[in-house]
Design a protein around this ligand. Structure first.
Ligand code: TMP
Length: 210
């Protein structure tokens, strides 16, 4: 099973993914925890270019192609081999992030993103996607707090520096996708405390795995 977590900056995906992995391991599933961008050695180099605040002059199409390049390497090197071995794959962001950040918020268009994904990766999709939803004001405040207290590096803050309006488009884009694909998406209220969020995700997963 291929599971992804999505959400705006500061939605808490990265800490939730660890708890989900622990739950899956305790339930006897072999699980690969991974992320985009930057899960492979090549991807880590791409990640540093993409998230570096000094990359402020990056063209939107360059940005799109770098995310796609990271994903091609990731899918072929990690995701497909793990799924073929019967492992669970738990991924912190995947294709939906490109649809929303580049396709919608940057204005490239979702059809361009979809066509490239179909062409390069045969349109591979997660089986289930948890969308951790919260208002961008709150998400950005949390993300900046993590940068200021050192738990997240300021060297990767190019998107946190985008306008509130940009992050509002990202949130609206995610919610639109979730409403269009209700069978795959589960919307989780990320304003709740981390334990409540964790319980909500695990309850859904337990029902699916039953
Ligand atoms: P994160 O690892 O903290 O989630 O940061 C990744 C950043 O990259 C985040 O701001 C969202 C952005 N992003 C895109 O714009 N497009 C993509 O396809 C992906 C995977 C991430």
């Amino acid at each position: 099973m291929f599971i992804s977590l999505e959400g705006i900056e500061g939605s808490g995906k990265t800490s939730q993914i660890k708890t989900i992995a622990d739950y899956l391991a305790a339930s006897g599933y072999e699980c690969v925890v991974t992320r985009e961008p930057g899960a492979t050695a090549i991807g880590r180099k791409i990640r540093s270019i993409l998230l570096d605040p000094a990359s402020e002059r990056m063209d939107s199409t360059t940005e799109l192609l770098l995310y796609m390049a990271d994903r091609v390497q990731h899918v072929r090197e990690i995701i497909v081999p793990a799924l073929s071995d019967g492992k669970m794959v738990l991924c912190d962001r995947f294709y939906d992030a490109t649809v929303v950040y580049q396709g919608i918020a940057r204005g490239i268009g979702i059809h361009t993103v979809y066509s490239l994904h179909k062409l390069l990766l045969d349109g591979i999709q997660p089986d289930i996607t948890f969308l951790l939803d919260l208002p961008p004001e709150e998400g950005l405040a949390r993300a900046w707090k993590q940068i200021e207290n050192g738990s997240r590096t300021g060297n990767e803050s190019r998107f946190e520096r985008e306008t509130l309006r940009f992050h509002e488009r990202v949130r609206a884009g995610y919610l639109k996708l979730a409403h269009e694909e209700p069978d795959r998406f589960r919307i989780i209220d990320a304003m709740k405390n981390p334990e409540t969020v964790q319980k909500a995700i695990i309850k859904i997963l337990a029902a699916l795995l039953d």
